[in-house]
Design a protein around this ligand. Structure first.
Ligand code: EPU
Length: 428
C-alpha cells in the first residue's frame, strides 16, 4: 500500500487532459455482456475500477483486451457464472452486472456491492425495476439472486432519482419483450452515454437525458465501437484545484455544458473562467468570495464535487455553507481538513466553513474517493508536507493523478507505507 506526499504552497499552471468518465466506464463495460459480437470502447480511464471490471468479465468467460485506453470485449462465450464474493465487493458499480446478466441470461448471482462509504446506499429501486420486468429477486447471504422465465417490458416509477437504478433497469430491459418506461429517471450525462452505446448495439432507447426513458425490447444486440464521454467530475476537480492554487490552467477534453453548475459557482466566487468548445480555462483567482452550495441531482451541483469544493471554500473570504442532499453522511473529509487548520463546523448534513485560512501540511487519511481529491487539493495549498493515506480510493477514480499534477508544476510523489503505518491501518 502507498501514500501520497505533497510539498504544498507552489502555484500551478499549464494544461491538463481529462480522461473518460469513470461513472460511464463502469456501466459501459458491463453493458458489453448484452452483445452477441465484440464491442470496443475507446477512451476508457486507466483506473482500478476499470481493471476490476475487466477481470470480472473475464471470470464469466469474456475475452477482454485493454490497451492504450481502448477495451475490446468479446462476450460470445460468456456464461452466467455466480459472482457472490471476491472482486464484486471492491466497487459499487458491480451492481451493473445484475442488470446486464439478467438481460442476457435471465439469471444472475451478484454479491452486494462495495465502493465508497457515504452512509446508507440502498439498491431497492434497482430491485423494484428488475421485479417489474418479471424477475424474482432474493438476497441470500449477502448476494442478490435474480431469476426470470422471461423479461417483459413494464412501467417503472423510481421513488428516488437514481443514476444506478436508471442504468440498471435500461440494461435489464433492452432485450425484454415489449416496451419499458422508466419514469422519474435520472438525467446524468453518463445515462445518455450508456444509452448511446446500447443503441449503437441495436437497442431502441428514447429519452435518455430526460426524466422519462422509453425502451422497446429487441431480440439481438450486436458489437460496435463507442467513444466514452469525458469525466465531468475529474474535470470539475481540476477546475476547483485551478481556482484554489492555479495561475492559469487549461482543462482539455471536456464537454462544458456538463459543468455548468460548477462554472456558475466558481464565477459567483469571482474566479475568471473562459469556455471553449472542448476546453475550459481557469485564470488566476484574486480574492475569492464565500458561497453556499447545495448538492442536487443533475443538472444541479454534483455531490461528487462537494468534498473538493469544501477545500476551495477554506480559501474564500467569509462564511460558506455546503449541504449534501444526496449523501447526508458524505462529510468524512471535514475532520481531516480540520487537522490541516481549516475552520469548519458540521451541523446535520451541512458544513459551515470560515475563510480564508492558511492550511498547514499534516498526515491525513482519504476515507473515500472524493475525500481523497479534497485532501490532495488541501495538500497542494498547504504550507509544508502533507501525507495522504487511503490512496487506493483515489486510484479508483483519478487516472495518473501524480503525473497530471506534476505536469502542472506540483511536487507530489508516492511512497510505500511503513510497517508501522500498515499496522495502524489494520488496527483502525
Ligand atoms: N438510492 C436509494 N435507493 C436506490 C438507489 C439509490 O435510496 O435503489 C439513493 C441513494 O442512497 C442516494 C440517492 O438515491 O441517496 C442517489 O443515488 P444514486 O443511485 O443516484 O447513486 P449511485 O448510482 O449509486 C452514482 C455514482 C456516484 C454518485 C451518485 C450520485 C456511479 C458508479 N456512482 O452512484 O459516484 O455520487 O451516482 O450522483 O455511477 C463517485 O464517483 O465518487 C460516486 C460516489
Amino acid at each position: 500500500m502507498e501514500k501520497l506526499k505533497i510539498a504544498g504552497g507552489y502555484p500551478l499552471k499549464g494544461t491538463v487532459k481529462i480522461d473518460g468518465a469513470k461513472n460511464s466506464a463502469v456501466a459501459l463495460i458491463p453493458a458489453t455482456i448484452l452483445a452477441e459480437s465484440p464491442v470496443t470502447i475507446e477512451g476508457l480511464p486507466d483506473i482500478s475500477d476499470v481493471q476490476i471490471l475487466k477481470h470480472l468479465l473475464m471470470e464469466i468467460g469474456g475475452k477482454v483486451t485493454f490497451e492504450k485506453n481502448e477495451m475490446t470485449v468479446d462476450p460470445t462465450e460468456m456464461v452466467s457464472m455466480p459472482l457472490p464474493n471476491g472482486r464484486v465487493k471492491k466497487l459499487r458499480a458491480s451492481y451493473y452486472l445484475m442488470g446486464a446478466m439478467l438481460g442476457r441470461f435471465k439469471k444472475a448471482v451478484v454479491g452486494l456491492p462495495g465502493g465508497c462509504h457515504l452512509g446508507p446506499r440502498p439498491i431497492d429501486q434497482h430491485i423494484k425495476g428488475f421485479e417489474a420486468l418479471g424477475a424474482e429477486v432474493t438476497n441470500e447471504q449477502g448476494a442478490i439472486y435474480l431469476r426470470a422465465k422471461e423479461l417483459r417490458g413494464a412501467r417503472v416509477y423510481l421513488d428516488v432519482v437514481s443514476v444506478g437504478a436508471t442504468i440498471n433497469i435500461m440494461l435489464a430491459a433492452v432485450k425484454a419483450k415489449g416496451r419499458t418506461v422508466i419514469e422519474n429517471a435520472a438525467k446524468e450525462p453518463e445515462i445518455i452515454d450508456v444509452a448511446t452505446l446500447l443503441n449503437n448495439m441495436g437497442a431502441k432507447i428514447k429519452g435518455a437525458g430526460t426524466d422519462v426513458i422509453r425502451i422497446d425490447g429487441v431480440e439481438h444486440l450486436h458489437g460496435c465501437r463507442h467513444t466514452i464521454i469525458p469525466d465531468r467530475i475529474e474535470a470539475g476537480t481540476y477546475m476547483i484545484l485551478a481556482a484554489a492554487i492555479g495561475e492559469g490552467i487549461l482543462i482539455d477534453n471536456v464537454i462544458p455544458p456538463h459543468l455548468e453548475s460548477v462554472t456558475a459557482k466558481l464565477r459567483e466566487m469571482n474566479v475568471p473562467i473562459d469556455i471553449g468548445d472542448d476546453q475550459i480555462f481557469v485564470g488566476k483567482s484574486g480574492e475569492i468570495k464565500a458561497v453556499d452550495i447545495k448538492t442536487l441531482v443533475y443538472p444541479g451541483f454534483p455531490t461528487d464535487l462537494q468534498q473538493p469544493f469544501t477545500t476551495l471554500l477554506t480559501q474564500a473570504k467569509g462564511t460558506s455553507i455546503v449541504t449534501d442532499t444526496i449523501y447526508s453522511a458524505r462529510l468524512k473529509h471535514i475532520d481531516e481538513l480540520r487537522r490541516m487548520n481549516a475552520k469548519i463546523k458540521v451541523e446535520g448534513s451541512s458544513a459551515i466553513i470560515d475563510g480564508p485560512v492558511k492550511l498547514q501540511g499534516a498526515k491525513v487519511k482519504a476515507s473515500d474517493l472524493r475525500a481523497g481529491a479534497a485532501l490532495v487539493i488541501a495538500g497542494l495549498l498547504a504550507e509544508g508536507i502533507t501525507e495522504v493515506t487511503g490512496v487506493e480510493h483515489i486510484d479508483r477514480g483519478y487516472s495518473h493523478i501524480v503525473e497530471k499534477l506534476n505536469g502542472l508544476g506540483a511536487t507530489v510523489w508516492r511512497e510505500k507505507l511503513s510497517e508501522e503505518e500498515l499496522e495502524q491501518i489494520k488496527s483502525s
